[in-house]
Design a protein around this ligand. Structure first.
Ligand code: HEC
Ligand SMILES: [Cu+2]
Length: 329
């Protein structure tokens, strides 16, 4: 048995830590829901054990009765058992009602009306993310990677550009739907720095599973510096750059925006600081040279059905575009 213990424990505890799990909460909202979940699990688990015990007891009692063929008062035992069960159920439900009320209060208490505003729009199958600069009140656009300042509340306004999606960063808060024509709101108050992972949680088409995003919780000063960098347009092109940039502006600029250049499309993710992100195409590929080249060569093979067409480029042009994208930091 001791040989199997590590395997059993790994299976049992394996889901309790990680970058995408509500069982390891790092945000005020997720902590409130986690406490409620634990309460529900223990109350319902307790009731489950009571019911199982009752079933086993009644089977054994029926056998014993058949053997003795006598009644000797088991009706009284049965009715006492039923009263006890009813009392346990009423007590359990009361605990759950009080628990969910407390969780609700905690979620409301975690609200902050001075929160930093972030707008996230779901698209098949990527995330448009806009931050409102607290100083200038302008919106700063990026995509597929959410940065959050530690200990501050971010109010996320959720929209959809097409079908119903669902915004979920399980370590930080509960999930909430993104519905076309209706704005939902979720507050995020993270309490631990690190990388986490968000995932669309409402089936939204063939590439629903490839609709994820990286979440970075960082110290407020680090976050402010990051936001200021995201706000910058790209630096003027280096002398050896024009080729990839020219190709990009010609064939990609109608769908992609690179602030500071003539590429001003809105159909796809903003690429102004594309290479500063950790992954490509909503968590589909890691941010490496190979990842960029692979995505440009065959987006339809890597993410069949995506709205990014496979653009036929001469190998030298594709190479120049990949080099250009790598400079967008
Ligand atoms: C018809 C519009 C369209 C054209 C043209 C287009 N793209 Fe895209 N692109 C998209 C869309 C939409 C996505 C998001 C796809 C997804 O993740 O499902 C995307 C995603 C990307 C990404 C990943 C962005 C991220 O945040 O991870 C890169 C890089 C990219 N495109 C580069 C290019 C380049 C380079 C070209 C030109 C060769 C190009 N695109 C042409 C629409 C387009
Ligand atoms: Cu989705």
């Amino acid at each position: 048995m001791s040989r199997f213990a590590p395997i059993v424990l790994t299976l049992l505890l394996g889901a309790c830590a990680g970058v995408q799990t509500p069982l390891s909460p790092v945000g005020d909202q997720a902590s409130a829901l986690h406490s409620l979940f634990m309460l529900m699990m223990f109350v319902c688990g307790g009731v489950y054990l009571v019911v199982l015990t009752g079933i086993i007891w009644s089977v054994l009692a029926a056998r014993a009765r058949r053997r003795q063929d006598a009644k000797n008062g088991s009706d009284k035992v049965l009715s006492r058992g039923l009263y006890t069960a009813a009392a346990v159920i009423v007590a359990g439900l009361t605990v759950l009602i009080v628990g969910s009320f407390i969780a609700d209060r905690a979620l409301i208490a975690a609200r902050d009306d001075d929160a930093m505003l972030v707008r996230v729009t779901g698209h098949q199958w990527w995330w448009r993310i806009e931050y409102r600069d607290p100083a200038s009140r302008r919106w700063i656009e990026t995509a597929n990677e959410l940065h959050l300042p530690l200990g501050r509340t971010a109010r996320i306004e959720l929209d959809s550009g097409d079908v119903i999606h669902s915004f979920w960063v399980p370590n930080v808060a509960g999930k909430i739907d993104m519905i076309p024509g209706r704005r939902n709101i979720v507050d995020l108050t993270p309490r631990r720095v690190g990388w986490f992972r968000g995932q669309c949680a409402e089936f939204c088409g063939a590439q629903h599973a490839h609709m994820a995003f990286d979440v970075k919780v960082e110290a407020p000063a680090e976050f402010d510096a990051w936001l200021a960098r995201q706000d910058n347009p790209v630096a003027a092109a280096a002398p050896d750059m024009p080729r990839g940039m020219a190709v990009f502006q010609g064939v990609c600029g109608s769908c992609h925006n690179v602030r500071g250049t003539s590429a001003m499309g809105r159909a796809g993710p903003d690429l102004t600081h594309f290479a500063s992100r950790r992954s490509i195409a909503a968590g589909t590929l890691p941010m490496t040279r190979g990842g960029i080249q692979g995505w440009l060569a065959q987006p339809q093979a890597l993410k069949p059905g995506t709205s990014m067409p496979t653009v036929p480029l001469a190998p030298s042009d594709a190479d120049a575009v990949a080099t250009y994208l790598e400079t967008l930091r």
